[in-house]
Design a protein around this ligand. Structure first.
Ligand code: MLC
Length: 518
């Protein structure tokens, strides 16, 4: 049970109670064992102590319980990043609900899919989206819709402000689901990733340890809250260590540079680092107080790695993970961090690189990276066949990433077995976009590829074969796709071709298309 005691006006955590149970909530707020008044989150001119997080998450948990949402049911959260979003996330964990975050950039047609697939008991959305989300919820028999806006508005926020600050955290078994995150797939249908309290907590605790997080750390949090990276790795490590964080609604290079002198850790996708390098404010002096810059979710180029080191004196620590496994490998905190390598397996995590036939590869030979460990998810939501294909007979998750070991046991990611684009740290599956383009009237077929982009790593581009009477140009196609797809998936470039290049088996040769766009 999670409890607070009072000592005078100051709330303190009762340590014995907090350490009981496997609920990630209790394990992640454990960091502030001694003093609830320690500031957990600075958000502009507002700050929130650990006691505030506990109090507010209790309020939200009480409201959710009052709405009839029960442990094990999904709470679909489709909101912009905000402090209230953090309270709600902690409340879901605390109440034993399954937190199902959605990218707020998703369009209604995309949201429909997630509601139908996960059957949540409640959808929380911004007040602006309430009317169409209510209609969608009605279609999928979802009993509750509540609103939470980025500026602290919304019915859920109002109800929470009047709710009790006492809530007993669910004493859960660590194998219970804590979160359901979605990743797209090669078929274009997103798959629900079942993550348990133990999956997340074990990974966070390992990361706190290997990256040397302490209560003295101050993390700059500029990542979205609907992915593994921002939610579990960044927020999870900071709270578990009892550290503080600077909370930004999104990436903002100027704000990050201003915060560097009063911070110690930054976590970001490579685009964060390439953008920071564009600012003259990124200097050695500005980074004096920083102890660690971490990069992940997409390959960090050697060029960015080297330029960052020359400019700041800091060597970016690159690590490797997936939504299904959390983090699996990392360069070391102490010792040499290699450019182009994601380091070695984390303690307790087993990685194999399997070549053709499933045999482990020798050094420097390419194979698929497989992962096993307490961090690995317990399978996709309601997808028996996908689960069988996703794991090897000996229980390793097939990541679909192609990798090599070097002679020192350091891993490099060298490609992908799956047809996937990573743009600014967002995984994008061409199939989903192709299906959407092919539904446009007058499109015969399409092929979507990733092309090199200095800012995003890769950007989405599409080649279309259309009927002779197809009237729309590039802008019209992009505008039409924007109503169907989240902005980050919409091709930045469109070109019209007479036919798609195919091999003798009829398979589209996407590598041959790249030339069309340069
Ligand atoms: C936004 N846009 C993108 C984009 N993000 N386009 C391509 N790729 C992206 N990633 C588009 C918007 O639709 C909009 O288009 C325009 O860019 C400006 O939007 P914005 O919101 O101002 O974007 P910006 O601030 O530039 O965001 C870029 C970014 C952001 C890279 C900072 O996408 C980001 O924070 N990415 C992090 C993703 C992440 O957390 N990944 C972790 C996955 S977990 P328009 O046309 O409307 O103007 C994982 C496991 C692991 O992979 O190991 O970590």
């Amino acid at each position: 049970m999670y409890q607070f005691g009072y000592r005078g006006k100051r709330r303190i955590h009762t340590k014995r109670a907090i350490l009981k149970g496997r609920n990630l909530f209790s394990r992640c707020l454990r960091g502030d064992e001694n003093n609830g008044s320690k500031i957990a989150i600075h958000a502009g001119d507002r700050s929130y102590s650990y006691a505030d997080l506990a109090e507010n998450s209790a309020r939200y948990a009480n409201v959710l319980a009052g709405l009839g949402v029960r442990p094990g049911e999904r709470a679909c959260v489709y909101v912009d990043k905000s402090i209230e979003n953090v309270f709600l996330y902690l409340a879901c964990l605390r109440a034993g609900l399954v937190y199902q975050p959605l990218n707020p950039a998703f369009q209604p047609a995309e949201v429909d899919y997630y509601l139908a697939d996960a059957s949540p008991a409640i959808v929380v959305c911004s007040p602006e989206n309430e009317s169409w989300v209510r209609a969608a919820a009605g279609r999928f028999n979802i009993k509750q819709v509540a609103t939470l806006g980025r500026d602290g508005t919304g019915a859920l926020v109002d109800e929470a402000s009047a709710a009790s600050t006492d809530f007993q955290a669910r004493e859960c078994d660590g194998s219970e689901l804590a979160c359901l995150l979605y990743s797209s797939g090669t078929t274009g249908r997103p798959k629900g990733i079942r993550l348990s309290h133990d999956n997340l907590a074990s990974n966070i605790e390992t990361l706190v340890d290997i990256w040397g997080f302490t209560a003295d750390d101050v993390l700059i949090h500029a990542l979205p809250l609907f992915h593994v990276h921002g939610l579990f790795v960044a927020l999870g490590c900071a709270l578990t260590a009892g550290a503080s964080l600077h909370f930004l609604e999104k990436f903002d290079g100027k704000k990050i540079i201003d915060l560097l002198p009063e911070s110690t850790v930054l976590m970001g996708v490579p685009t964060f680092y390439t953008r920071l390098l564009e600012s003259p404010g990124l200097t050695r002096a500005a980074c004096d107080a920083m102890r660690l810059f971490i990069s992940g979710s997409a390959p960090l180029s050697e060029n960015t790695f080297n330029r960052f080191q020359q400019r700041t004196g800091h060597v970016i620590l690159e690590r490797y993970g997936t939504s299904e496994t959390g983090m699996s490998a990392s360069n070391p905190l102490g010792g040499k961090r290699k450019a182009g390598s994601v380091g070695r397996p984390l303690p307790g995590v087993s990685i194999k690189i399997a070549g053709a036939g499933g045999n482990e590869t020798v050094a420097n030979a390419v194979g698929e990276l497989l992962v096993k460990g307490p961090n690995v998810f317990s399978g996709y939501w309601n997808l028996k066949d996908a689960n069988q294909a996703a794991f090897t007979d000996d229980g390793y998750f097939r990541t679909g990433d192609l990798a090599t070991w070097d002679d020192d046991g350091c891993i490099s990611i060298v490609g992908r077995a799956k047809d996937m684009i990573i743009s600014g740290g967002e995984n994008i599956y061409p199939k989903e976009i192709e299906q959407c383009i092919d539904r446009l009237e007058g499109v015969r077929e399409s092929a979507v590829i990733g092309i090199d982009d200095a800012d995003l790593g890769e950007r989405v581009a599409a080649a279309l074969v259309t009927t002779p009477d197809f009237q729309s140009g590039e802008d019209e196609v992009i505008a039409a796709l924007k109503t169907q797809l989240a902005g980050f998936k919409v091709p930045r470039q469109i070109c019209f071709v007479d036919e798609l290049p195919r091999n003798t088996m009829g398979k589209v040769q996407k590598s041959k298309l790249k030339g069309v766009f340069y």
